[in-house]
Design a binder for this molecule. Structure first.
Ligand code: IFM
Length: 405
C-alpha cells in the first residue's frame, strides 16, 4: 500500500505529559490536592528533547506534533518568560535541524494557575488571555512553523473537566461545560485569524491552522431505528459540531483528527438523556481492547474519514495510538489503522499525515504513568529510552511510504 509522496509521518507528544516540572500549571496543583499520581519529572523531555528527536529522526519520522506549555510561557498573568519562549524556539529548531516538520499545539489541556484561579475557561477573559499568549508564541515561532493546532480536543477537555468532574476543576455542571465550549470555540476562531494576520504581516508562506478534534466511531449496536438515530445524532454533536461552526467562520485550513476507539450505541429507551448517554453493555460484538479497556476498531477510522470527505479539507491524523503492555499488539494496531487510512485515500479522502500517539510513554492525565502508549519505552527511574519493536516496524513505513499488507 503506497501512501502519497509528501505524506507526514511521525508521532505526537504534549508538553505536560512529557516535559516534567510544570509546576505553574493547574494540573500540577490538582494532582497534589486530589491525591493523584504526580507527573513529577515525567520523561524529562524538557531537558532531553534533543535525544528524543534524534530517536525520532532515526525512526524515519518527518513530522512531530508537540505542545508549548502556557504556564511556562506566562507563569504570571501578563508576565511572559523569554527564557521559556527561547526554549521552545530551540525545540523547534532542533526538529528543523533533523528535517522534522513541527506541528505545534498551543493548548493541550493545561492552564496557568493564575487563569484557573480566575475561573479558567469559564471566565470570558480566557479568550483574550489565550489570544495574548498565542500572539506572543506565534510571533516568535512563525518563521519556523507551518502547522498550528490551537486547541487540543476541546470536547474532551470541557466534558472531563466540567461535566464528568474527573479533571480539574472537577465540575459536574452541564451549563458550565457549555460555557467552556463557547469560549474555546471563540478562542479558536480568533486565534485562527490572528495567526493568519501575523503570517501576512511577516510576509511568510500561508500557515495551516486547525484544532485536534477527538472523534469516536459511533456505531449503532444493531439496525433498530433508535440506535441508528442516536449514533447519527452523537456523531453530529460530538464529532462534527465544532468543524461545522469553524467552517461557517472560515476558520479551518485542515482537519486535525484524533482517533482511538468506537462507542457502541444502544438506547435502553427513547429519552433525552438516553439519546446522549446509553451504550451497549452486552459483549455481542467483541473486539480486542487496549489496556484502558477501550475497544480497538480500525474500521471506524475508515468510516469517519469517509464522513469527513464532505468538508473538502486536508485531514491530518494528529493522534492515533494504543496503550498496551504487549508491543506486538501496538504494531497490529498501527498497521490496521494505516490500512484503513489507505482505503480512505483510495476513496479520494485527502489524508496528509499520520502522527502516532505517542513518541514516548508518558503521563496519561488522571490515569498516571500506568498506560504505555509510546513507540519508545521510558524507564521512569533511570530515564532510559528503549525503542520498541513496533517503532522499528513503523519506521519502515515512514521511510518507504509503503505498508506491506
Ligand atoms: O494522552 C491523551 C492525549 O493527551 C490527548 N488525546 C488522547 C491521549 C490518550 O488518552
Amino acid at each position: 500500500m503506497k501512501f502519497p509522496r509528501d505524506f507526514l509521518w511521525g508521532a505526537a507528544t504534549a508538553a505536560y505529559q512529557v516535559e516534567g516540572g510544570n509546576d505553574r500549571s493547574d494540573w500540577w496543583r490538582w494532582e497534589k490536592e486530589a491525591g493523584k499520581e504526580n507527573s513529577g519529572f515525567a520523561c524529562r523531555h524538557y531537558d532531553l528533547y534533543e535525544l528524543d528527536f534524534e530517536l525520532a529522526r532515526g525512526l524515519g519520522h518527518n513530522a512531530h506534533r508537540l505542545s508549548v506549555e502556557w504556564s511556562r510561557i506566562e507563569p504570571e498573568e501578563g508576565k511572559f518568560s523569554d527564557v521559556a519562549l527561547k526554549h521552545y524556539v530551540d525545540v523547534i529548531l532542533a526538529l528543523r535541524a533533523r528535517n522534522i516538520e513541527p506541528v505545534v499545539t498551543l493548548h493541550h489541556f493545561t492552564n496557568p494557575v493564575w487563569l484557573a484561579d480566575c475561573g479558567g475557561w469559564e471566565n470570558k477573559k480566557s479568550v483574550a488571555a489565550f489570544l495574548r499568549y498565542s500572539e506572543f508564541v506565534v510571533r516568535a515561532l512563525a518563521k519556523h512553523v507551518r502547522y498550528w493546532i490551537t486547541i487540543n480536543e476541546p470536547t474532551i477537555y470541557a466534558t472531563h473537566a466540567y461535566l464528568f468532574g474527573v479533571w480539574p476543576p472537577q465540575m459536574k455542571v452541564f451549563s458550565r461545560a457549555k460555557r467552556v465550549e463557547r469560549h474555546m470555540i471563540s478562542a479558536h476562531i480568533k486565534a485562527y485569524r490572528l495567526i493568519h494576520k501575523i503570517y501576512k504581516e511577516y510576509a511568510l508562506f500561508k500557515p495551516a491552522v486547525s484544532i485536534s478534534q477527538h472523534m469516536m466511531a459511533l456505531v449503532p449496536c444493531d439496525q433498530k431505528l433508535k440506535n441508528r438515530f442516536a449514533a447519527w445524532l452523537r456523531h453530529k454533536l460530538y464529532n462534527e459540531n465544532y468543524l461545522d461552526i469553524f467552517m461557517r467562520h472560515k476558520a479551518l485550513d485542515f482537519i486535525g483528527l484524533n482517533y482511538y476507539s468506537r462507542q457502541l450505541v444502544e438506547l435502553k429507551r427513547w429519552g433525552f438523556k438516553n439519546l446522549f448517554e446509553d451504550i451497549c453493555e452486552k459483549e455481542h460484538h467483541p473486539v480486542k481492547k487496549n489496556s484502558l479497556g477501550w475497544d480497538i476498531y480500525p474500521e471506524g477510522l475508515y468510516q469517519l474519514l469517509l464522513k469527513l470527505k464532505k468538508y473538502k479539507l486536508p485531514i491530518m491524523i494528529t493522534e492515533n495510538g494504543i496503550c498496551t503492555s504487549e508491543d506486538a499488539q501496538r504494531w497490529d494496531y498501527i498497521a490496521s489503522h494505516l490500512r484503513n487510512i489507505h482505503r480512505a485515500i483510495e476513496q479520494g479522502v485527502p489524508v496528509t499525515g499520520y502522527l502516532y500517539w505517542s513518541l514516548l510513554d508518558n503521563f496519561e492525565w488522571d490515569k498516571g504513568f500506568g498506560p504505555r502508549f509510546g513507540l519508545i519505552d521510558i524507564d521512569y527511574k533511570t530515564q532510559q529510552r528503549t525503542v520498541r519493536e513496533s517503532a522499528v516496524k513503523f519506521s519502515q513505513v515512514c521511510k518507504m511510504g509503503i505498508l506491506s499488507s
